[in-house]
Ligand binder design. Structure first.
Ligand code: F6R
Length: 617
């Protein structure tokens, strides 16, 4: 994880780097640091804590002047979060400075080797080893910085996005990537350059960006431009400059207190953006190039294996119901982290769907590589355009949700479900497992979902009141059946990750096999009990909870009376098809966890120990 930012050009680097780090704090926020070259000296300031803590530290420690600089916001892997382990790290001579996102796996043996040659280390990090390895190569081989980086990286096992410069040659910054993202922003007249983990830190300065591919490095020189080379053999690579499609307002809070709340409220638009141009109701068709071009593979598939982590895995579980129900294709949903190490049986007749908001999750990426090596066709469902997973898969469909910055995933989940529903419907039509009238009905209902999400959001004030009552609970159960079982898991995940209240999601009927023992008058139980989908059975489950005095919060269909009589509170959502109900029932659960976390004074957008994109396994 970690976020990296750099600047080289005529402006003051400090404000660009600090603001950039704030935008990248979603990637890690346990420590932060900055290195600036002020024309004479290299100045470094770093601290445990957030970027705001770094700003305070800088005030007392260094001057903010300099046209070249690099900065880092950290999610600790090697070495606890403290001032010394924070990046940037400096080489023993004091000449070279580095920021790094990733892990150097063989750092111990490299460290031993360097120690035997007299190098000393201040920190516990793998990154300090890397910068001294680069220095060692540079001195021993008498080569320039770029070459030293290239030779050093060929000795390294692991993952990295790095930026390095030499205080004796500050007009040049060397960057490289393997497994962690790295973008270079190029100023209007190629007279200034920005470096970042994603483009958000430099959006207001330039729309022109180069995304490094894995195993590539670039030498960025003031007034001279960017030269990209392959790390392995030093061969030159063409520089492909892309025009960025993201706007500044998409990455700002826009009047909301938190990104999470903004993103919850963005869902009507995000879902519409996801099906726009794909769902053509008047023609009664679904058009998705990635599916169309690979239709044979989908139709001949023995089964679909879905790989993902966290919330994306929950979207995969919803998809299992949709694909099996509508398209009659067997589906297995796998945690990417288990799948990749399990020696799974994969054949050329399997289709693997990898789901990932960030498109950078290390385990999902590794699962894709494994599936590809066994000959499977791999289809990606990602949000971040041009991300590693989007590039690694054979084909795919973007969710078009726009940037998701709150660490707790919200609009990514509903838009993933939207894409997966479109795919399932398209395949069902092609296979003839859905009638023409059912198909049309699904298209119509899906098109109505954004308005219904809008309506579901109107319960916000009522949900806030419920949050007030239960904010001090120590535990919480979430129950759902069928399509809404994964929503129960997702609701529980949302609550625990941002409010730190212990929560579990269960299939409602499974309650009797254990969790029922937890129920007493202090236990709130959120039950998804929408009209379609085992309604009567869920009502029986609610009765079982009530007779054990549990506090029931029912998520019900508008106009419901039966659950209303039994439950302590109900939150209504509009009626829709059962298969589409997760797109609505999720909304109150997101709001409930949001309000509880705010009332508990928790850091909603940056919950402790978490990071938005998990680029380490
Ligand atoms: C939970 C959450 C995580 C992510 C998981 C996968 O709110 O955000 O559980 O869903 O880390 O991330 P992606 O989808 O980027 O692969």
């Amino acid at each position: 994880m970690c976020g990296i930012v750099g600047y080289l050009g005529p402006r003051e680097a400090y404000p660009i780097i600090i603001e950039g780090l704030k935008r990248l704090e979603y990637r890690g926020y346990d420590s932060a640091g900055i290195a600036l070259f002020d024309g004479t000296n290299l100045k470094v300031s770093k601290t445990k804590g957030k970027v705001a803590d770094l700003e305070n530290r800088v005030e007392n420690e260094i001057t903010k002047h300099g046209n070249v600089g690099i900065g880092h916001t950290r999610w600790a892997t090697h070495g606890v979060p403290n001032d010394i382990n924070s990046h940037p790290h400096i080489s023993n001579s004091g000449d070279l400075v580095i920021i790094h996102n990733g892990i150097i796996e063989n750092y111990e043996s490299l460290k031993q080797e360097l120690t035997s040659r007299g190098y000393t280390f201040q920190s516990d990090t793998d990154t300090e080893v890397l910068i001294n390895l680069i220095e060692d190569v540079k001195t021993q081989e008498k080569v320039k910085l770029g070459q030293a980086v290239q030779i050093a990286l060929n000795q390294v096992i692991g993952a990295y996005a790095i930026a390095v410069f030499d205080k004796n040659k500050p007009e040049e910054v060397v960057v490289a990537r393997l497994g962690s993202p790295l973008a270079i922003g190029i100023g209007e007249n190629e007279d200034e350059f920005f470096i970042a983990s994603d483009a958000s830190p430099f959006l207001e300065y330039t729309k022109n960006a180069v995304y490094l591919e894995d195993e590539e490095m670039a030498i960025i020189r003031f007034h001279k431009g960017v030269k990209i080379r392959k790390i392995k053999d030093d061969s030159l690579v063409d520089t492909y400059v892309q025009e960025l499609q993201i706007n500044l307002e998409q990455i700002e809070k826009g009047g909301f207190d938190h990104f999470m709340l903004k993103e919850i409220y963005e869902q009507p638009k995000a879902i519409k953006d996801t099906y726009r141009g794909r769902l053509l109701r008047n023609d009664a068709i679904i058009k998705m190039a990635g599916v169309e071009d690979n239709m044979k593979k989908f139709l001949n598939a023995n089964r679909i294996i879905i790989v993902a982590c966290g919330t994306s895995w929950h979207a995969g579980l919803v998809a299992e119901y949709i694909f099996e129900d509508l398209a009659r294709i067997p589906v297995e949903v796998e945690y990417a982290s288990e799948f990749r190490y399990r020696n799974p049986v994969i054949t050329e007749n399997d289709v693997v769907i990898a789901i990932s908001q960030s498109g950078e999750t290390a385990d999902t990426l590794a699962a894709i590589k494994l599936a590809k090596s066994k000959g499977a066709f791999v289809f990606g469902v990602c949000n971040v355009v041009g991300s590693s997973i989007a590039r690694e898969t054979h084909a795919g469909a973007y969710t078009h949700a726009g940037p998701e910055i709150g660490v707790a995933s919200t609009k990514a989940f509903t838009t993933q479900i939207t894409v997966l529903t479109l795919i399932a419907l398209r395949l069902a039509r092609a296979k003839g497992t859905i009638s023409s009238s059912d198909f049309r009905q699904h298209l119509l209902e899906l098109e109505l979902i954004p308005n219904k999400v809008e309506k579901a959001l109107k319960s916000d004030a009522h949900i806030k009141m419920i949050a007030e009552i239960y904010k001090n609970s120590r535990n919480c159960l979430y129950l759902g059946r069928g399509y809404n079982f994964p929503v129960a898991l997702e609701g529980a995940l949302k609550l625990k990750e941002i409010s730190y209240i212990h929560a579990e999601g269960y299939p409602a009927a499974e309650m009797k096999h254990g969790p029922i023992a937890l129920i007493d008058e202090n236990m709130p139980i959120v039950v998804i009990a929408t009209k379609k989908g085992h309604y009567e059975k869920v009502v029986s489950n609610i009765q079982e909870i009530k007779s054990r005095k549990g506090k029931i919060i029912g998520i019900v269909t508008e106009g419901d009376t039966q659950v209303k009589e039994l439950a302590d509170h109900v939150i209504e959502v509009p009626e829709t098809l059962e298969s589409l109900s997760p797109l609505l029932t999720t909304i109150p659960l997101q709001l409930l966890s949001y309000h509880i976390a705010v009332m508990l004074n928790k850091d909603v957008d940056q919950p402790r120990n978490l990071a938005k994109s998990v680029t380490v396994e």
